[in-house]
Write a protein that binds this ligand. Sequence first.
Ligand code: SAM
Ligand code: SF4
Length: 357
Amino acid sequence: MHNETLGQEVTPVGLAGFTPLIDPSLAGHREGTLLDKYGRRISYVRLSITDRCDFRCTYCMAEEMTFLPRKAVMSLEECLRVASVFVGLGVTKLRITGGEPLVRKDAMWLIERLGALDGLKNLVLTTNGSQLDRFAAPLFAAGVKRINISLDTLSPERFRNITRIGDLSKVLRGIDSVRLAGFKRTKLNAVMMRGTNDDEFIDLVKFAVENELDISFIEEMPLGDIQGRANTYISSEETREILSRQFELIPSTEDSGGPARYWRIPGSESRVGFISPHSHNFCDTCNRVRITATGELYPCLGQNDAVNLLPVLRGSNDDIALRQAIIDSMGIKPYGHDFSQQMDTPQVVRFMSMTGG
Ligand code: SAM
Ligand code: SF4
């Protein structure tokens, strides 16, 4: 693999048996480019704007969740400051996520300002879809480019069981609103769960094709202390095999710079993606960091190391220290996660709703 930043060959890596190139002096910032010590360019930030949610998906949250006190969560102004500094450092893509981002009061205030940031080319959102019938049009007007909507099942009863409190019909209305608002390339995200939705994978792809949506299947990740994962885990490989009984899947060369690999279905615009942290390691091209609602910067979804930006944000009104803290955080970005197939033991203790997926 040729690394453009380093201008030299880097050994492609798998889960085991690699020797990543490490040059600590690379970590930092050069001419609008955030670099980690492996020479990877960090151009993508996922920003969680709340830990709260109107659903309680079984794989994501405990039934009885204690949410953070408001003071512990970044204000919308603080979210905007963090995002602006990242954009000033060369970040071009920002995903707003949560918890459920659209249940955050005045979320549109923030999103409108993010949409106006000079240099931010790609403002995108991940949502459970429950509020999209209200928000699709304002999101489009604010300059959000694409929306990912989580949908694990088309059965109202199953939907209720998976989300514990969600209403499928509201999400389906939300999906319609997104199309009517003018969004293109909207993507569904479905977590694969054996015994829960594995008999629906074909129907979910048909639904995506009929509604001109992309769809990604996600391997369940061992985040947060949730029992019984080992019994429900399904690999992308197995799902692709199930889908190939019904659809011709043509590998696509498109690369998101992230964990998704895409396939196309002939005669349709829809892409089918697989997000496979277990079965395919995607760390060698990782271009992203995550910010939690409490202002913690996690350089890797699958590791526990973080830098707390909140004291820096609240310690001074100018952005010099914040900018430096972000640049310094590049030095702790690890080469990769080490999710294993040991799904019953949480390798990362925080829930996905904390880091935003
Ligand atoms: N509430 C929004 C939603 O559901 O789309 C945004 C936040 S949610 C944490 C982001 C994504 O993470 C969703 O697609 C969800 O299905 C996925 N997710 C949550 N917990 C997961 C887990 N343990 N393994 C894999 N995906 C997970
Ligand atoms: Fe809420 Fe999204 Fe987590 Fe489901 S996956 S509980 S919708 S944050």
